[in-house]
Design a protein around this ligand. Structure first.
Ligand code: PLP
Length: 393
């Protein structure tokens, strides 16, 4: 069965060119990049090259790039770095819709006695900027706000927020894990102090991340050990994955970002066809300010997990809008924060496309999904109840 992979915000395929670039470093080029000998030095040179390519993708200098173990580590490092560098400051500002890499850390900091402001969003997923600016204070150590939401794709106005936060002399970090590679990100234009990325969202392997740290930013390392990464992250480098990240960054800059217009057309066709064919379907989030590859579609009165299981029989891969990984069917914190009604949040499916998707993929989803929703609704007492109510006027 052919797989129709529409779950690129969860993870992406390692690009063949990326794998090719990595292979020598999993085979004969196994030297330690910190070694004095030429054999290790060659590997050090490959890391240097990867650092330059990643820096290029976001308009940074190579010295501002710190390789980490994943996006989660980058997020945690940024927040801890700011807190450790300013131990007298006890306030953190973030949003209600962050990825758990920031949200769970913020919740655990609250238990440790830090004061946390979780900025709310409206029904379209737009951030309440007044709320954010009102809560900045002398005591604020860091503001951490995602660039693009992983569930809805909604974009926050990072340039404007970073500028305002900087005027208060507060450190600003953005989780750009979903933004990089899908939209242009350039730290020469966006006055962010720190920015997180993750390899496996841009066709590099899992288990490698990047934290961009602007020159002059107050920073104390989170992972303390050797002198690697200029003393900012201890631990022998994950050489092959770093080389893969470098290759992916190069391809993102030269090819994939340009392909996003095509990906957006696929996404829009998918979205419009589903809205046309399925009654009581709607899009979660601001349709005008979103990533080009993401759509979160709510199918009222059905369960997202049932939709996923039935799509799975046709090889269609997507994600639901509930926190099913935690064993509960609670709608996700993102959809709850947006006030999406329970009946819609429960049946929300995220499709996230990428450069390897084709028109045939969209045709398959558009052919298979509407009958699935019909079948599930037929079995749903809530659907029949809602229809009866509408008929009774
Ligand atoms: N931040 C966002 C917005 C994400 O979507 C993800 C992964 O889904 C992460 C952080 C975590 O990245 P990683 O899986 O590399 O730890």
């Amino acid at each position: 069965m052919k797989i129709v992979y529409a779950d690129n915000n969860a993870t992406t395929m390692v690009a063949p060119e990326v794998l090719e670039a990595m292979l020598p470093f999993l085979k004969d080029q196994y030297g330690n990049p910190s070694s004095m000998h030429t054999f290790g030095g060659r590997v050090g040179f490959a890391i240097k090259d990867a650092r330059a390519k990643v820096a290029d993708l976001i308009g940074a200098s190579p010295e501002e790039i710190v390789f980490t173990g994943c996006g989660t580590e980058s997020d945690n490092t940024a927040i801890w770095a700011a807190l450790h560098a300013q131990p007298d400051k006890r306030h953190v500002v973030t949003t209600r819709v962050e990825h758990p890499a920031v949200k769970s850390l913020a919740e655990s900091l609250a238990k440790k006695g830090y004061r946390i402001t979780f900025v709310p969003v409206d029904g379209q997923g737009n951030l309440d900027l007044d709320h954010l600016y009102r809560h900045l204070s002398e005591d604020t150590a860091i503001v951490s706000i995602m660039w693009a939401n992983n569930e809805t794709g909604v974009l926050f106005p990072i340039d404007e927020i970073a500028q305002r936060v900087r005027e208060h002399g507060i450190v600003f970090h953005t989780d750009a894990v979903q933004a990089v590679g899908k939209i242009p990100v350039d730290v020469r234009q966006s006055p962010v102090d720190m920015l997180s990325m993750s390899g496996h969202k841009i066709h590099a392997p899992k288990g490698v991340g990047v934290l961009y740290v602007r020159k002059g930013t107050r920073f104390t390392p989170h992972l303390i050990g050797g002198h690697q990464e200029n003393g900012r992250r201890g631990g022998t480098e994950n050489t092959a994955s770093i080389v893969g990240f470098g290759k992916a960054a190069e391809l993102a800059a030269s090819q994939w970002l340009k392909d996003m217009d095509r990906v957006k057309r696929l996404r829009d066709r998918l979205e419009n066809s589903l809205l046309e064919r399925v009654p009581n379907a709607m899009i979660n989030g601001n349709r005008d300010r979103r990533l080009p590859n993401t759509t979160s579609v709510a199918f009222e009165y059905v369960e997202g997990e049932s939709i996923l299981l039935m799509m799975d029989q046709y090889g269609i891969c997507a994600s639901s809008g509930s926190a099913c990984t935690s064993g509960s069917l609670e709608p996700s914190h993102v959809l709850r924060a947006m006030g999406v009604p329970f009946t819609a949040a429960h049946g929300s499916i995220r499709f996230s496309l990428g450069t390897y998707n084709t028109d045939e993929d969209i045709d398959t989803i558009v052919e298979k999904l509407p009958p699935i929703i019909d079948r599930l609704r037929d079995m749903s007492p809530f659907w029949h109840e809602a229809k009866a109510k509408t008929a009774a006027g």
